[in-house]
Write a protein that binds this ligand. Structure first.
Ligand SMILES: Cc1cc2nc3c(=O)[nH]c(=O)nc-3n(C[C@H](O)[C@H](O)[C@H](O)COP(=O)(O)OP(=O)(O)OC[C@H]3O[C@@H](n4cnc5c(N)ncnc54)[C@H](O)[C@@H]3O)c2cc1C
Length: 304
């Protein structure tokens, strides 16, 4: 099929203005680095998603669903396929009793703030995580002792065989930065979380405390993807990296943050290759000095 036919079909399913060609992923990732997606398509609503997934499968073209790109490193060589992003039809947040239902493209931070305003506790941990609800379910995002798995009641998932399933945290096998969606790909469409009633002032107080800690400890002034590596059991990645003498180590503009060695930051024009080479160097030095293997938390897309 010619590119023109393909683009026309993508536009037919997603809408004219929603299909971009050769779109730099540095614009769509918090690392602000990486190459271009051959096609970058915003999916306006559920019906469009349900047509797009089988269509892309029928073409054999690789495709990938991105959230807010806050845990994503795309190769400088780009992605020779279609990167999908869920659009405004997936951003709704609504409350019923002590439950909040949020579309997969809703911001986790907005959902946590809306819950606090209504006097619902349980999402304070999420108030500084700059991802989408879908990305947070996929990653089982967590901080300060809270995790998505503690409050997720139900996630509606479109699997690649076209089936839609309602999955609990248990069904998704949520554990530390893991969901079974890593092994059985599917798109989170929306998710329901169970919360607890509490005084909005108390909830906001806890959120403020977490925010203060983040500002004090994390290099939020630079582009990054948060913690670059997972926490190895019994250790802290940042401490291991610091002990291995890697604070301030850099490749081009990609630096091991001096403020928090668990973060690799982009201090200017770091490329995805710079970031990746620094990750490999950190892994090998930490292994050499401490014997511990660091596993990336960041999702890498394309050829490295
Ligand atoms: C400054 C900073 C601080 C951070 N702090 C934390 C923290 O405290 N705790 C923490 O856990 N993380 C943290 N992160 C990392 C990141 O915000 C989380 O991993 C977040 O959950 C990623 O969501 P996203 O929408 O950006 O997903 P993306 O980065 O776009 O994608 C991540 C993965 O999720 C998948 N995905 C996205 N949307 C969907 C969907 N709808 N259905 C199925 N799969 C989907 C993608 O395919 C990809 O594999 C931080 C990041 C930054 C930049």
């Amino acid at each position: 099929m010619s590119d023109t036919d393909l683009i026309n079909k993508l536009k037919e399913i997603a809408g004219d203005g929603n299909v971009l060609c050769d779109e730099p992923m540095s614009k769509h990732t918090t690392f602000k680095a990486g190459g271009a997606a051959r096609f970058f398509v915003t999916i306006p609503h559920e019906e469009s998603l349900k047509s797009m997934v089988p269509y892309l499968q029928s073409t054999g073209l690789p495709f990938f669903l991105a959230g807010k790109g806050s845990n994503l490193l795309v190769s400088d060589k780009g992605y020779d396929g279609v990167i999908l992003r869920l659009g405004s039809g997936f951003e709704r947040i609504s409350f019923s009793g002590n439950e909040v239902t949020a579309g997969a493209a809703a911001s986790l931070i907005s959902m946590a703030a809306a819950a606090a305003d209504r006097g619902f506790s349980g999402l304070e941990f999420a108030s500084g995580i700059p991802g989408s609800v879908g990305g947070a379910v996929f990653m089982n995002a967590g901080a300060y002792g809270g995790e998505i798995c503690q409050c997720l009641k139900d996630a509606e998932i479109l699997f690649l065989d076209g089936s839609t399933e309602h999955c609990s945290a248990e069904d998704l096998k949520l554990s530390y930065r893991y969901s079974c969606l890593k092994d059985r790909p599917g798109c989170v469409i929306k998710a329901v979380f169970t919360l607890n009633e509490d005084d909005p002032e108390m909830i906001r107080g806890r959120m403020e405390e977490y925010k203060k800690k983040r500002l004090e400890k994390q290099p939020l002034e630079y582009p990054s993807a948060g913690s670059t590596f997972k926490r190895p059991e019994g250790f802290f990645a940042g401490k291991l990296i610091s002990d291995a003498g890697l604070s301030g180590e850099h490749v081009g503009d990609a630096y091991v943050s001096e403020k928090h060695c668990g973060f690799i930051v982009n201090k200017g024009n770091a490329t995805a290759t710079d970031i990746h080479q620094l990750m490999v160097r950190v892994q090998s030095r930490v292994k050499e000095y401490t014997g511990v293997t660091l596993e990336p938390e960041v999702i890498m897309l394309g050829e490295f």
